[in-house]
Design a protein around this ligand. Sequence first.
Ligand SMILES: NC(=O)c1ccc[n+]([C@@H]2O[C@H](COP(=O)([O-])OP(=O)(O)OC[C@H]3O[C@@H](n4cnc5c(N)ncnc54)[C@H](O)[C@@H]3O)[C@@H](O)[C@H]2O)c1
Length: 321
Amino acid sequence: MNILITGGAGFIGSHLAESWLKDGHSVSVIDDLSTGSLENLKRLPHQDRIEFVKGNVITSRALPRMIQKADVIYHLAAAVGVELVVHDPIRTIETNVSGTSRILKLASKYGGRRLFVASTSEVYGKSTNVPFHETDDLIIGPSTHSRWSYACSKLIDEFLLMAYHRSKGLPGTVTRFFNTVGPRQTGRYGMVIPRFVSAALQGKPLRVYGTGKQTRCFCHVSDTVRALRLLADCEASFGQILNIGSTNRITIRELAETIVEQLHSTSEIVSVSYDEAYEVGFEDMLHRAPDCTKIGRICGWKAELPLERIISDVAGHFRSL
Ligand SMILES: NC(=O)c1ccc[n+]([C@@H]2O[C@H](COP(=O)([O-])OP(=O)(O)OC[C@H]3O[C@@H](n4cnc5c(N)ncnc54)[C@H](O)[C@@H]3O)[C@@H](O)[C@H]2O)c1
């Protein structure tokens, strides 16, 4: 098959490409390399089966042809990372809304391609109803805070996909990723585990934002890729919104302590206010965890790899650079 991955030079996309390539398929990637890197693709096997187009999903002239020849499309291209989103909200909104709208239109035009659109746990906003279920009400903060532009633009993507499924029969699925971590993820845009691991390896302080009592769940990218592969063949997922993540919660302070201990680091752990880390009045959620019953029922998926493995794989990646 030919698999099209938008944002395929990024973190999740390059792992997904690798998985399909290893099984003998060909992979097309379109990426503007804004947060992704060609290095992520160059290290993959079977280079002869990779087509790479450097381009923006909103404007690229190559995109219609790429969609036309694809059997499965994963739309992962987006402005990602809280720091980036807060500092560049125009790009966030335009990429997520115009880019996804164009891809849905083309996928529908060329005969209803199997399509995945990446969404995010951010759409649950300030909900305190942990663990979050796909049918929960969503509680988004005010539009005066740019951080919510990420959640709202991804929500528009979700509504659009559901509308194309209902009105045009498009076999599409929304995947709501919770924190996904592993090798090749960069800490530059605020992702907490690469940020902490990189600091721990260099003996620099681990900067914990807020009280550190907030809890999160971390899913190894290999588990996420396994879910995306299983779902490609799963008709029961057409027209569905699915949480994908680990269900094991840890506080951010405990996470920092675990990383320091596991990597035998001499780093100290310091507290930094959200105002200082992001923007004045930045709102963060105290707890965030997925209910993954639905995807388990649909295709038997469950996150399996433990946090220790995530930390050692991320550390191994940084050491190899
Ligand atoms: N990693 C996570 O924890 C996480 C959590 C929730 C949702 N997601 C979603 O998963 C997807 C992949 O995220 P990731 O973690 O691999 O991030 P990433 O930044 O590594 O990947 C995104 C890729 O999209 C590319 N891109 C951005 N704008 C583009 C545009 N206009 N045209 C073409 N390419 C463009 C970037 O260069 C990058 O390679 C995103 O849609 C993101 O919103 C990720």
